[in-house]
Design a protein around this ligand. Structure first.
Ligand code: NAP
Length: 317
């Protein structure tokens, strides 16, 4: 492919589609390489009740369809495939899917993050049917119900404490007796009378046919197996940013891999390459903040392209 696009958006979640919407409406004809499994983390969520504008709530996948369609209406073009490599060393930037190469003057990286999964077959089968990766999204569905949260980091403590506002009982299941979480977060959970710690246990199966009814645990010290009845199963064992493609070219946090953007901007260390959404944010991680960040990246790209255009016009005058 020899033609050079104004902008390529990599990623099809709230950040990517919002960047696509804004760049499309700015007449930049974005090419969105949305990923084979487009839609991002909302595709494994059921009802979304905290996205402003959907007064009656919306199913995660339906919301992503809406996002996608809205950008398409203004001319965003989609490739439903996974990027396999990028070359940001020279302009135009190169973005490849296998042997097909796409060129662009600017790139918006919006590949998101993925909640770590335990990797159990039963966990995958019951996603959206009681298995959740997001307390902020789903806790309120477990009003007066019993819930298990798995994990021993700050996320697990925070989620357990948040869910206890709704649930009648929260079991916090962790595979060790020591916690990665900060002591203050552990204390907060320990002092919550609805939360019971279940330590030295790891989930080996989520029980239930159409919805979660319990979990099977294995004691990490004795190997003994046991069952716990529960209505909900929240996996809070961390997130990983989807940054493998970019680590050798874009600045990122050493320990986590999250991309680093300039203060109050979506600019990366490479001029013309922007990053938006969860791929550069492990603090807020909401669909609405990701969408806001996608909008910011589109505006940053637009300004960059306008300045670039002026520079080129001046150079040829
Ligand atoms: P994390 O600190 O990496 O903790 C992950 C936890 O999940 C660990 O306790 C780990 O157990 C457990 N785990 C991992 N894989 C597992 C598996 N396959 N089966 C069972 N347990 C498993 O992740 P996080 O809690 O999401 O926190 C990530 C970062 O965000 C941290 O820097 C944290 O401080 C920050 N954060 C801060 C706040 C806040 O300050 N409000 C809230 C959330 C997150 P082991 O300990 O045994 O490895």
């Amino acid at each position: 492919m020899s033609d050079v696009r104004n902008v390529i958006v990599i990623g099809g979640g709230p950040a990517g589609y919002t960047a696509a919407l804004y760049t499309a409406r700015a007449n930049l004809s974005p090419l969105v390489i949305e990923g084979f499994n487009w839609g991002g983390q909302l595709m494994i969520t059921s009802d979304v009740e905290n996205y402003p504008g959907y007064a009656d709530g919306v199913m995660g996948p339906a919301m992503m369809q809406d996002f996608r369609r809205q950008a398409e209406r203004f001319g965003a073009e989609y490739l439903t495939d996974d990027v396999t490599s990028v070359d940001f060393s020279a302009r135009p930037f190169k973005v490849s899917i296998g042997r097909d190469e796409y060129l662009a003057d600017s790139v918006i990286v919006a590949t998101g993050a993925s909640a770590r999964q335990l990797g159990l077959e039963s966990e995958a089968r019951l996603q959206g049917r009681g298995v959740s990766y997001c307390a902020t999204c789903d806790a309120s569905f477990f009003r007066d119900k019993v819930v298990v949260v798995v994990g021993g980091g700050d996320s697990a403590m925070e989620e357990a404490t948040f869910i206890s506002r709704f649930a009648s009982k929260v079991y916090l299941v962790h595979r060790r007796e020591e916690f990665r979480a900060s002591p203050i977060m552990v204390d907060r959970a320990r002092n919550d009378e609805k939360i019971e710690f279940v330590l030295n246990k790891e989930p080996i199966e989520v029980l239930g046919d159409m919805k979660v009814t319990g979990i099977r645990l294995r004691d990490t010290v004795t190997g003994e197996e046991s069952e716990l009845e529960t209505d909900g199963f929240f996996v809070a064992i961390g997130h990983d940013p989807n940054t493998a493609l970019f680590l050798d070219q874009l600045d990122h946090e050493d320990d986590t891999g999250y991309l680093v953007t300039a203060d109050r901007s979506t600019a990366t260390n490479i001029e013309g390459v922007f990053a938006a959404g969860d791929v550069q944010d492990h603090v807020y991680r909401q669909a609405v903040t990701a969408a806001g960040s996608g909008c910011a990246a589109a505006l940053d790209a637009e300004r960059f392209l306008a300045a670039e255009h002026q520079r080129r016009a001046a150079a040829t005058a």
